[in-house]
Ligand binder design. Structure first.
Ligand SMILES: NC(=O)c1ccc[n+]([C@@H]2O[C@H](COP(=O)([O-])OP(=O)(O)OC[C@H]3O[C@@H](n4cnc5c(N)ncnc54)[C@H](O)[C@@H]3O)[C@@H](O)[C@H]2O)c1
Ligand SMILES: O=C[C@H](O)CS(=O)(=O)O
Length: 482
């Protein structure tokens, strides 16, 4: 073997699915390659059907659940370990996902906050007290509520935030005291496994957490359908989410699905703010966020001025080597996805749309693309485009804007750029979405705030650390004479 091949081999990260901390050995491996240059980043030993069943049985046989203070110390220790290893994790995220290193570093900060807020929640008891003598026939009693752990949860995560999506499932489950089996994306498994290992190192009893990768029919589908699982928490595409809704059977399911979020710019908007937020929302994370700006709706009286400024701002989002600190937009997750997006752009052009900037693809690298005169029925308007596309559509007035914004099957988030409080209130009240951000991007949130959508974006059940802990618990009530 040549010298450079030996060095290259030495740099390959070799990991495995883990059942309660123990690596599986199946002889089946997943190769993880960089979407940017195709080099082998790592390998993962895959789990098979027998491992899936073993992981469920191990978790259920398990052992004692750490108490609240113990859960706090584990999550807080994990937080400090993550900060110590920020560089390693950021480089791993970039290597396996193609996200630019600046975004990967930003994601570490978000995952840190998830661990911090989850640790804090361990010390709180969100129980409530209900006095019963509040009606003429009320008794002298009180009713108390408390949240209790479930037996076993399954968490299934997408590729687009290799660390933070996993943190947003695992940390709330552990804060709730519920053992969890993680099935991360096969496109970004290395970061997920490294994060699980970090939690063991932070003192998590191994029986509380396993991480499995493998053939969908031998791992993911088994985990979804097994009757011993209390809750399946899924984040991913609408298609898979709806399949899970059909097959999960009698259990709690949490579905955080696709987004087609509008940024709506009214004629009274601060134009520079609108341009800044439209570019940030469209292109950060290579446009691969469920809450990315997927449609830019601009009032017709300012659409020309907006478009001119927006094209100039979009030029600042340099696309290239994701490992370069200067790069603002890395690759999308793979070349197949970039080709799909290229075809979506071409379909819009065939319908009369005009590409004002970008549109050029090299492998999995797709330039940030500004498209105008996009028909309202174009695929890139009605469906989710998971990449750095920025279609601009115009609207006449607020009624038209609300109708256009509500016209797709999605209802995740939205951003409204206006200085008129009356207009802002109308959008908050009339948009059929989970979130309306005024003078901010649709993706603006803090990690412990309620998050989630309706329609094809979700079932209206919120995540975000505080709400997600409730998803991984069940509420018990008890009462006594008072
Ligand atoms: N609403 C949100 O919070 C949110 C967040 C991130 C991503 N997303 C959505 O996720 C999609 C992109 O992520 P993706 O491509 O990884 O999604 P995906 O649905 O293809 O995969 C998500 C996860 O589901 C697993 N999976 C695939 N088939 C399955 C099956 N039959 N049963 C159980 N699990 C199965 C995958 O292995 C992966 O781990 C986009 O639609 C995006 O909008 C939504
Ligand atoms: O892709 C969606 C993410 O999971 C939620 S966020 O937009 O990054 O907060």
């Amino acid at each position: 073997m040549k010298e450079e091949e030996i060095i290259a081999t030495e740099n390959i990260i070799k990991l495995a699915s883990l059942i309660a901390g123990k690596p599986v050995s199946s002889g089946q491996q997943l190769n993880v390659k960089s979407p940017y240059d195709g080099r082998l980043v790592g390998t993962v030993e895959l789990a098979t059907l027998s491992h899936t069943n073993a992981a469920i049985e191990t978790a259920l046989k398990g052992g004692s659940v750490p108490n609240r203070y113990e859960r706090y110390t584990i999550l807080d220790k994990a937080r400090t370990l993550l900060l110590e290893r920020k560089e390693e994790f950021a480089q791993l995220i970039t290597a396996e996902s193609g996200l630019c290193i600046a975004e990967s570093n930003y994601e570490i900060g978000r995952a840190h906050d998830v661990l911090l807020f989850a640790a804090i929640e361990c010390l709180k008891d969100n129980g409530q007290i209900y006095s019963c003598d509040i009606s003429p026939n009320g008794k002298q009693r009180k009713i108390f509520t408390t949240y209790e752990p479930l037996k076993l949860a399954v968490a299934i995560t997408p590729f687009n935030h290799p660390l933070n999506q996993v943190a947003h499932k695992i940390a709330p489950a552990l804060a709730a005291g519920t053992p969890v089996i993680l099935k991360p994306s096969e496109k970004t498994p290395l970061t997920a496994i490294r994060f699980v290992e970090l939690l063991y190192e932070a003192g998590l009893p191994p029986h509380m957490l396993s991480v499995l990768l493998g053939d969908t029919k031998e791992v993911a589908e088994i985990l979804v359908q097994d009757a011993r699982i209390d809750v399946v928490s899924f984040t991913g595409s609408v298609a898979v989410g709806k399949m899970i809704a059909k097959t999960a059977g009698y259990k709690k399911i949490i579905l955080e699905l696709g987004g087609n979020d509008p940024l709506i710019v009214l004629e009274d908007a601060d134009l520079e703010l609108a341009v800044e937020l439209a570019a940030e929302g469209s292109f950060r994370n290579s446009g691969q966020r469920c809450t990315a700006v997927k449609r830019i709706l601009v009032q017709e009286s300012i659409v020309e001025a907006f478009t001119t400024r927006f094209v100039e701002k979009a030029k600042e989002y340099t696309c290239g080597d994701p490992a370069d600190p200067e790069t603002k937009v890395g690759t999308v997750i793979d070349e197949q996805s970039a080709i799909y997006l290229e075809n979506v752009i071409q379909k819009a052009v065939n319908q009369g749309a005009k590409v004002l900037l970008g549109g050029k693809r090299t492998g999995a690298l797709l330039e940030p693309t500004v498209i105008t005169a996009v028909p309202r029925d174009a695929q890139m308007v009605m469906q989710e485009s998971f990449g750095p596309l920025a279609p601009i559509l115009k609207f006449k007035d607020i009624d038209d804007a609300i109708e256009l914004a509500n016209s797709t099957a999605f209802g995740l988030s939205s951003g409204i750029i206006t200085n008129n409080m009356g207009h802002a209130i109308r959008f908050v009240k009339e948009l059929k979405v989970g979130t309306v951000n005024i003078n901010e991007v649709p993706g603006y949130r803090i990690e412990n705030s309620p998050f989630g959508g309706i329609k094809d974006s979700g079932l209206g059940i919120k995540e975000g650390v505080i709400e997600a802990i409730k998803c991984f618990s069940y509420m018990k009530t008890f009462s006594m004479p008072w």
